[in-house]
Design a binder for this molecule. Structure first.
Ligand code: ARE
Ligand code: CA
Length: 522
């Protein structure tokens, strides 16, 4: 092979290892690297949030709740999960109308914030009949969905599913997982061209409106070949907002924690997957069960996929309430450990990061199960979704938790933007549960998950100067509202972090260095 040829082969290999195929390539505006899931938010609130907060504070985008018409469930009263039971692909939901959806996508794109739609394409509703949020009729008994339209021959039946009652019971049988019904939800026959076309038409409608990509619900319940065929029909992104030739960013919900027949590796050649191992292992560390010192080789060495094939998160809308392989992850209810874990996630280069943004609900845990885990979003008397209110410290009210607005979290989103492209350097640990590392010469973080204080002089790798700790405060008008860290000419600085602190973390970066031109928000 000639040198030139070798170089071309190397650069193609590099391109693939970085982007893993085009659908795996995030479609963020430059300098932005984290999305937030605004679970069950209404479109008018998201539009406002893009302009007032997500744009200015450097978020890449928003994962939204499914935008298509769903079943109206009244028993229990309007649970969040009704949105995972499609009735048609009309854009009418509790989050808003089609006009409101279009307005949100336009306004968010204009402030460089992308919209990623959660698409439920494996199935339609469960049993029973009624009308959806857009007024379309459905009958899960006779498999009739005139709003699409789908009818009985568009669904998998006894010839495809051999489980007996039509439902999935055995997760070790790939055929059953993909051709039978997930919790009785009517399973679409994605091997049919007609079904593929209807699904692709829906996704293309969203692309044409201006969405930047998709979270694909229940992806492991669809054959990789069928997904490939559907994604193959997708348009490039709308050139009103994106460069020509850009493909949507796609991440497939594949729960693979090992030990089952279906592997994430079957899906990573197509697009990214959600990495469910991440949150479980991180919870173990930040609950103190596995000393943080072991995070030194965090990443693929922990049995996780390539960083370029995954979306990572501490918790999601399912496992924060015990659904979907849940249990054991950290959530906003354990705020101290949750903030530490999120700071670590955002400081570390592994994976494309997603910050969960929740609403509160009155947990009622009986024998380890939350009897109230069905609770829908904060709502008005007529069951319409209640808007979030904003407090002086930027946090939310009206029942919305808004983790994405917690200073300890949003400042780490900016940290990630600033250090992007650098590696982990200057690793330090106390031999147990306190750790520190730099990202190149641009940022440095210390996390004390130990039962003793950190009182140490550490090599930060950063240029000399006074930095604002972005966990305890902000860099505003040339001053720190929280603690300061003094880095000497030798790159070293002294850190004292009490093990009793509510936020036993210090993070500094070159964008919040005193004397730097302005508070850096990308
Ligand atoms: C609801 C009722 C059911 C009822 C059904 C139909 O709760 O009792 O039978 O309606 O009437 C969500 C809720 C479900 C809800 C559904 C539809 O979680 O409770 O059912 O909406 O309204 C598996 C899948 C994974 C899935 C999780 C929940 O593999 O894809 O289960 N996650 C997505 C979404 C969910 C959503 C759906 C899919 C359905 O994120 O929010 O369901 O669209 C092991 C396996 C996992 C498996 C897990 C749990 O860990 O490895 O694959 O996850 O167990 O079974
Ligand atoms: Ca299926």
């Amino acid at each position: 092979m000639s040198d030139a040829m070798f170089l071309i082969v190397c650069s193609i290999a590099f391109f693939h290892s970085v982007y893993g195929g085009t659908f795996s390539n995030p479609t963020c505006a430059p300098g932005r690297y984290t999305i937030t899931h605004l679970f069950e938010w209404k479109w008018t609130d998201i539009a406002d949030e893009c302009e007032k907060f997500l744009g200015p504070y450097g978020y890449c985008g928003v994962q939204i709740s499914p935008p298509n018409e769903n079943r109206v469930v009244t028993s229990p009263n309007r649970p969040w999960w009704e949105r995972y039971q499609p009735v048609s692909y009309k854009l009418v939901t509790r989050s808003g109308t089609e006009a409101e959806f279009r307005n949100m996508v336009d306004r968010c794109n204009k402030v460089n914030v992308r919209i990623y739609a959660d698409v439920v394409i494996n199935h339609m509703t469960g049993g029973g009949s009624g009308s959806g949020t857009g007024g379309s009729r459905y009958d899960g008994g006779s498999l009739s969905y005139p709003g699409v339209p789908f009818s009985s021959w568009d669904f998998n039946a006894g010839s495809e599913c051999h489980s007996g009652d039509g439902d999935i019971h055995n997760y070790n049988d790939p055929n059953e997982v993909r051709n039978c019904r997930l919790v009785s939800l009517r399973d679409l026959k994605m091997s049919k061209d007609y079904v593929r076309d209807k699904v692709a038409d829906y996704m293309n409608n969203l692309i044409n409106i201006g969405v930047a990509g998709f979270r694909v619900d229940a992806a492991k319940h669809m054959w990789p070949g069928d997904l490939r065929a559907v994604f193959g029909k997708l348009h490039n992104l709308n050139t009103k907002y994106f460069n020509s030739g850009q493909k949507p960013f796609i991440f497939q919900e594949v729960i693979d924690m090992g030990g089952e027949a279906i592997k994430a590796a079957e899906y990573t050649p197509i697009a990214r997957v959600t990495n469910f191992i991440y949150g479980i292992k991180i919870a173990d560390v930040f609950r103190g069960n596995n000393p943080a010192k072991y995070l030194k080789n965090w990443g693929s060495a922990w049995g996780m996929p390539s960083p370029f094939d995954v979306v990572v998160f501490i918790d999601n809308h399912d496992n924060q309430r015990g659904h979907g392989g849940g249990g054991g992850v950290l959530t906003h209810f354990e705020h101290r450990a949750y903030k530490m874990a999120t700071a670590f996630m955002l400081a570390h280069p592994y994976g494309f990061t997603r910050v969960m943004s929740s609403y509160d609900w009155p947990r009622n845990i009986v024998n380890g199960e939350d009897k109230n885990n069905w609770y829908g979003p904060p709502h008005n008397g007529d069951m319409s979704i209640k808007g979030r209110s904003i407090k002086a410290d930027l946090s939310c009210g009206n029942g919305w938790t808004c983790e994405h607005r917690w200073r300890q979290i949003y400042n780490m989103v900016a940290f990630r933007n600033l250090v992007f492209g650098t590696t982990v350097n200057n690793w330090w640990d106390n031999g147990n549960k306190a750790i520190a590392f730099s990202r190149g010469n641009r940022g440095f973080i210390v996390i004390n998950d130990d039962t003793v204080d950190v009182n140490a002089n550490l090599q930060t790798g950063l240029p000399q100067g006074t930095y604002c700790d972005v966990i305890s405060g902000n860099y505003e008008n040339g001053a720190c509202t929280g603690n300061e860290v003094h880095v000497g000419g030798d790159g070293r600085a002294h850190f004292h972090i009490s093990h009793q602190s509510e936020d036993p973390v210090v993070a500094i970066h070159i964008g919040a260095k005193k004397g730097s031109p302005k508070k850096v928000i990308l």
